[in-house]
Design a binder for this molecule. Structure first.
Ligand code: SAH
Length: 217
């Protein structure tokens, strides 16, 4: 971006749009204003960076629609002391938003190239509390566990058991649950001494949570 002023004006309008669509959490909105989504999109799609649309990224993956990023982030109820795990780094955009809200963020993806690109973006933005790792997120990030909050950004019929195991006793996990080939629902799970309760949020479409690391990219 050569014209920083225009980019900032665009971001302010972007946040006004998110507010109109129901975003309420001021800290989440502040994070959405601070993170330049333009840095995370494919250069050929730059003109759509601040539209409320999901966009294709490398490796045949997709970055979420901003209003879905807001809904998931609000549902996660992150505070400044939290350690957060994200499964599905993709572009790194959602992790950058979480990094503005949490103490520490670990994000994992099965594509090496996506992890490398996301790390480069975090560096450009000076985000030092977020680490991107190559891993099959179905197993979480055991070396970094436990987590106060876990967000899954890939569709799964069932949340892998390891993720609940790596969630602290009063933790919250948000994931798109359902048929990866069609529609899923965002589910917010809350762990407590009496077990795990769940609340169903919006209908969404995410790319699937797949098994194992990518062999090529
Ligand atoms: N949160 C991202 C978008 C996620 S797209 C963003 O803000 O841009 C879903 C991502 O989940 C893809 O990058 C895909 O490679 C990743 N993914 C799918 N299965 C996975 C698995 N088992 N472990 C880790 N990442 C996985």
């Amino acid at each position: 971006m050569s014209d920083t002023k225009t980019e900032e004006t665009e971001r302010a309008a972007f946040v006004r749009g998110l507010r109109r669509r129901g975003a309420k959490d001021e800290l989440v909105l502040r994070a959405m204003e601070l993170v330049p989504r333009a840095l995370f999109v494919d250069p050929g799609l730059r003109q759509h960076a601040y539209d409320d649309v999901a966009l294709p990224i490398a490796c045949g993956q997709t970055m979420s629609q901003p209003s879905v990023v807001v809904e998931m982030t609000e549902a996660l109820a992150v505070t400044a002391t939290h350690r957060v795990l994200e499964v599905g780094t993709g572009s790194g955009y959602q992790a950058a938003i979480l990094a503005h809200l949490a103490a520490d963020v670990v994000t994992v993806d099965r594509y090496r190239s996506l992890v490398a690109d996301a790390q480069a973006r975090f560096q450009v933005l000076g985000l030092r509390n977020v680490a991107a790792l190559v891993a099959d997120g179905r197993g979480g990030a055991p070396a970094r566990a436990p987590f106060d909050r876990i967000m899954v950004t890939a569709a799964t019929p069932e949340v892998p058991r390891a993720l609940f195991d790596q969630l602290k006793p009063d933790g919250i996990l948000v994931a798109p649950v359902g048929d990866p080939a069609s529609v899923q629902h965002l589910i917010r799970y809350a762990k407590s001494p009496s077990g795990i309760s769940s609340t169903t949020l919006s209908a969404v479409r995410f790319v699937p949570l797949l098994e194992g690391l990518s062999a090529t990219l």
